[in-house]
Design a protein around this ligand. Structure first.
Ligand code: ATP
Length: 315
């Protein structure tokens, strides 16, 4: 069994927990090159925000032999698959397989983060389930071990174990913490367009392009100390694939940039976020840009990553 395999510890396990799974935005996203393994080498600054899914995980018959029996329900029903295709299910399966753990695991997922929006909802749900299983089985794995396990499920999963403000490099799994951003009024707007991450990356005309990393930690730390006042250097390379073919998104980004400190597409889109110095300016921008049929959220920076609480502790 590898070092990071979940093992029972002396901690008293509980039978049901609820995990909160925040969304992320990319304060900067550069694609450096295409790798031989099919992934892209990126350099990004990730920030968790207070738009959250919730996953309740209940464990019964923890000592039953054999592989776990997993069930999943999703609210609103049909928003994402309630099957093994769901990253929450696959996270539970991976956790149990790695540690040779069984039992009956019942997952109830409440989706609030829109799908195919570039907000990382599926990855955050997966991280939430790993953290929830760690608590339920009393296995006491370190955050680092959960991150390592999460990397098998998706490039953004390790980030959601840590959360806050991080530089992510490699395929997005090599994390370096930055001082946490705790100011700024964030607006997220999701037009009625869904974009698949793989299609957007496939549309990047990389050829033999080799771009250099731009994130200088000292400079970024100084910008964060003033955030959201002052200038912000960040850009999203994937906008050059998406915006020319999506005029409504192009107009949305442009008009947000007139009043916000920073306005960028979230990851591979189609959601866009903007940061304002105060609520009044954010509200004005909301009134101005959000069109019928679109969704919008006023959110704050979320310190840290997924959070787990025992259901017994619920008010
Ligand atoms: P990213 O920025 O990580 O690409 P995204 O917002 O573009 O995130 P998600 O919404 O996380 O993408 O997921 C996209 C795909 O993953 C969808 O096709 C969806 O069916 C599938 N998926 C599997 N599990 C989940 C989940 N728990 N939540 C959302 N999508 C999921």
């Amino acid at each position: 069994m590898p070092d990071r395999a979940p093992r029972r510890t002396a901690a008293v396990p509980c039978s049901a927990v609820t995990a909160t799974a925040p969304a992320k935005v990319n304060l900067h996203l550069e694609v450096l090159r295409r790798r031989d393994d099919g992934y892209h080498e990126i350099e990004t600054i990730l920030q968790t925000v207070s738009l959250c899914d919730e996953v309740r995980v209940a464990l019964r018959e923890r000592d039953a032999g054999g592989p776990p029996r997993i069930s999943l329900s999703v609210e609103p029903s049909g928003s994402v698959p309630a099957s093994r295709l769901n990253l929450a299910w696959r996270a539970a399966e991976l956790f149990c397989r790695t540690g040779g753990l069984g039992g009956e695991l019942d997952l109830q997922l409440t989706k609030r983060i829109p799908v195919e929006a570039g907000l990382g909802g599926g990855s955050s749900d997966a991280a939430a389930v790993l953290a929830a299983c760690n608590r339920l089985y009393g296995t006491g794995l370190s955050p680092g071990s959960l991150e390592e396990m999460g990397a098998e499920l998706g490039s953004d999963v390790p980030f959601f174990i840590r959360g806050g403000t991080q530089v992510a490099r490699g395929r997005g799994t090599d994390l370096q913490p930055l001082p946490g951003i705790n100011k700024g009024k964030f607006l997220i707007v999701k037009p009625d367009i869904a974009l698949r991450t793989s299609d957007v990356y496939a549309g990047l005309n990389m050829g033999l392009t080799l771009r250099s990393p731009k994130v200088n930690i000292r400079t970024v730390e100084a910008l964060i100390a003033r955030f959201p006042t002052g200038s912000w250097f960040g850009a999203n390379r994937l906008e050059e694939v998406v915006l020319p073919t999506q005029p409504a998104l192009q107009r949305l980004v442009q008009s947000l940039r007139e009043s916000a400190t920073v306005a960028l597409m979230c990851g591979s889109g189609s959601a866009v976020f903007a940061v304002f110095g105060d609520e009044r300016r954010r509200d004005e921008a909301w009134q101005e840009v959000v069109q019928p049929g679109w969704q919008a959220w006023a959110v704050d920076p979320w310190p840290g990553g997924v959070r787990v609480r025992d259901d017994a502790d619920r008010a």
